[in-house]
Design a protein around this ligand. Structure first.
Ligand SMILES: [Zn+2]
Length: 468
């Protein structure tokens, strides 16, 4: 959205080749998602050492923008916090006038517990943003898998919530239970609100407490331009900023329910947020099946898939990143929510990035494609490990080293990643580096310096009713 007129936009002949490529790849993608395809073998290792990379210098290619890092000016900006919760996902989207949290996941094993990390990160955030009164304008649960739902009860216990959004999938298993707990909590909470409002009415008071809003996306009509309403998009402009973020759900459908023998990842709630000329696409755990369906649904509105910041679908797994899809998104920056290569339990199954082989080398290759992949550059290249294959029982996963110079980040490589998106389309990236389980690193954002009066002016217009 923000890239029109910038130097990274491909010239016309390239665009034609890209279009033809998109058509052929979409056809292949559709065939694959219908069960007609077989996986292609992993390519031969092409990784270079960091020393080799520096010696050889950067390869010839198009001129690319390098994203600034350092002390970011976050005032009047959208900050997308990809929180390091290990293998899983939790993304906080901060606006001048509010905040939403997408997923509460993370890894839990002998070496790492994501929950204290997530809660500490959110507490530090609300300490900096006291004007928000510990209130999340929306809690979005993309789908009921444990790496996205683990800390729902902890979030409900510690923070106020104004709206809850999910895809209506109810599963009586380890991933579904925290979501069922959330539904029960919501029902009870709103019953108590109704009783209090009734008591007030009896006394002649006109004061009413607002119930927490709830939306089951799959029960609503998600049209060819997505779905938005006051629950999906509860953040407006305020005295702190004239920019009204536009939040819409692009997916959350009933195509991959486990009762159909398909993976519930395909039903993930996908959000698109436009903040002035900047945009972010949070793709949760979409797989190729739902990506093909989504591509079909938005074929007349492909601009809705074109985003500056892209949260890579399904932790960078092999079954979730195709050429056609990335050529629609054409991100400037992409972030993979996943655990680190270094965390290895040496048991089966271990549910770590090391075991899954995340991120997959084929996905990384697509994300770094010269024509349509991540277009901006990191300030410093980084040597990382990418998966050639996942583990299976006694057979370990296989990785190779790569040097990443483009603005492709991962929580397993970089720790917490915060992308600051300005209304004029300018982006900045801040990473904290990976910490250990005892320390929670939060980025230094310059909004810390805002005056208490300015902070107070940002308080939400409607006081939330849920006590933390
Ligand atoms: Zn997941």
């Amino acid at each position: 959205m923000a890239r029109a007129g910038s130097s990274i936009y491909p010239p016309a002949p390239t665009r034609y080749r890209l279009l033809m490529h998109r058509i052929s790849v979409l056809a292949a993608l559709l065939a694959l998602s219908c069960g007609g395809g077989h996986g292609t073998p992993a390519p031969a290792p092409t990784g270079r050492s960091y020393a080799d990379y520096l010696q050889q210098g950067q390869e010839e290619g198009p001129a690319r923008e390098t994203l600034a890092t350092g002390k970011v000016d976050s005032s009047d900006a959208m900050n997308v916090h990809f929180i390091d919760v290990g293998q899983g996902s939790a993304t906080l989207v901060e606006f001048p006038c509010g905040a939403i949290l997408v997923d509460t996941g993370g890894e839990l094993n002998d070496q790492f517990d994501s929950e204290p990390q997530l809660v500490a990160y959110l507490k530090a955030f609300f300490e900096r943003r006291r004007d928000l009164n510990k209130t999340l304008d929306a809690l979005v649960i993309s789908h009921p898998h444990i790496d996205h739902t683990r800390s729902i009860p902890a979030v409900l216990a510690n923070f106020r919530i104004r709206n809850i959004i999910d895809n209506g999938d109810v599963q009586e298993d380890i991933g579904g239970k925290p979501q069922i707990e959330m539904h029960n909590w919501l029902f009870q909470h709103n019953q108590e609100v109704a009783a209090r409002n009734q008591a007030r009415a009896k006394k002649g008071s006109k004061t009413r407490e607002l119930p927490i809003g709830h939306l089951d996306i799959s029960s609503e009509d998600v049209g060819s331009d997505g779905l938005s309403n006051d629950i999906v998009d509860p953040v407006a402009a305020c005295s702190a900023s004239p920019v009204d973020p536009k939040i819409r759900a692009l997916w959350g459908m009933r195509i991959g329910r486990s009762e159909k023998g398909l993976n519930a990842n395909n039903d993930s709630v996908v959000l698109r947020i436009d903040y002035g000329k900047s945009s972010v696409l949070l793709a949760a755990d979409l797989e190729l099946l739902s990506i093909a369906w989504m591509s079909k649904q938005y074929k007349d509105h492909l601009a809705l898939l074109d985003a500056d910041i892209y949260q890579v679908a399904h932790h960078g797994s092999r079954n979730s990143t195709g050429a056609a899809w990335i050529s629609y998104v054409t991100p400037k920056v992409a972030v993979i929510s996943m655990g680190p290569y270094e965390r290895h339990l040496k048991t089966w199954p271990e549910f770590t990035a090391r075991s899954f082989g995340h991120p997959n080398v084929n996905s990384v290759d697509q994300l770094l494609d010269d024509s349509y992949g991540v277009s901006a550059m990191r300030e410093q290249p980084k040597e990382v490990m990418v998966g050639r294959r996942g583990a299976w029982k006694e057979t370990p996963s296989e990785f190779e080293a790569r040097v990443i110079d483009r603005a492709l980040y991962a929580t397993g490589w970089d720790g917490n990643v915060v992308v600051t998106a300005h209304p004029d389309g300018k982006l900045e990236v801040e990473t904290t580096g990976r910490g250990d389980a005892e320390s929670v690193k939060t980025p230094q954002l310059s909004a810390d310096a805002a005056s208490p009066a300015a902070k107070a002016a940002k308080a939400p217009a409607v006081a939330p009713s849920a006590a933390p």
